[in-house]
Design a binder for this molecule. Sequence first.
Ligand SMILES: Cc1cn([C@H]2C[C@H](O)[C@@H](COP(=O)(O)OP(=O)(O)O[C@H]3O[C@@H](C)C(=O)[C@@H](O)[C@H]3O)O2)c(=O)[nH]c1=O
Length: 188
Amino acid sequence: MNVVVTDIPEVLILEPKLFGDQRGFFLETYQIRRYADAGIERPFIQDNMSRSAQGVLRGLHLQNPNTQGKLVTVLRGKVLDVAVDVRVGSSTFGRHVAVELSEENRRQLWVPRGFAHGFAVLSETADFFYKCDDLYSPKDEISIRWNDPAIGIKWGVESPSLSPKDADAPLLSEVKNLPVYGQAWRKS
Ligand SMILES: Cc1cn([C@H]2C[C@H](O)[C@@H](COP(=O)(O)OP(=O)(O)O[C@H]3O[C@@H](C)C(=O)[C@@H](O)[C@H]3O)O2)c(=O)[nH]c1=O
């Protein structure tokens, strides 16, 4: 597995080794020791899957407290996947990493605790799978406006299709209960 450290060093791109043969291919999408060596150490306790049509944008989402680290994989299709550092007091607060994840490149993104996450679907449909290191907690959910100019993400999608919650989301500067740097990802 190749590990690519991004401009925000806690955000990682993982490139699992792919074994192709006449039947198709095989790869490990998670393996406890290898991912721990890359810095992804907490146990995953929830797995999620979603399917979305072209032009759908989900995000930007996080939970606080009960922040979740997410290891995200695209099983089918292509998305632009984004992690935004929203940890108050972080030297990279408000900055983001945007990476294309697809069934062709088989890349994964590690979205650490304390980061907002979202993705836009660039293919006809996308099947999206992610592992979480804390449980879904609706009372802790925070949405941040996908097109907040202070974040400045170039999604590559015109007029995305959004959930009502995401369409009405506040700007980053309007969110009161953001995670605090140094608390969001403390080892449990
Ligand atoms: C996220 C989630 C949703 N749900 C339910 C609540 C709701 O009825 C339905 C759809 O929920 P949402 O609209 O929040 O789904 P969605 O917009 O796909 O939310 C997800 O977006 C991406 C970007 C993330 O990073 C995820 O953590 C999560 O926030 O599924 C669960 O039961 N468990 C979960 O873990």
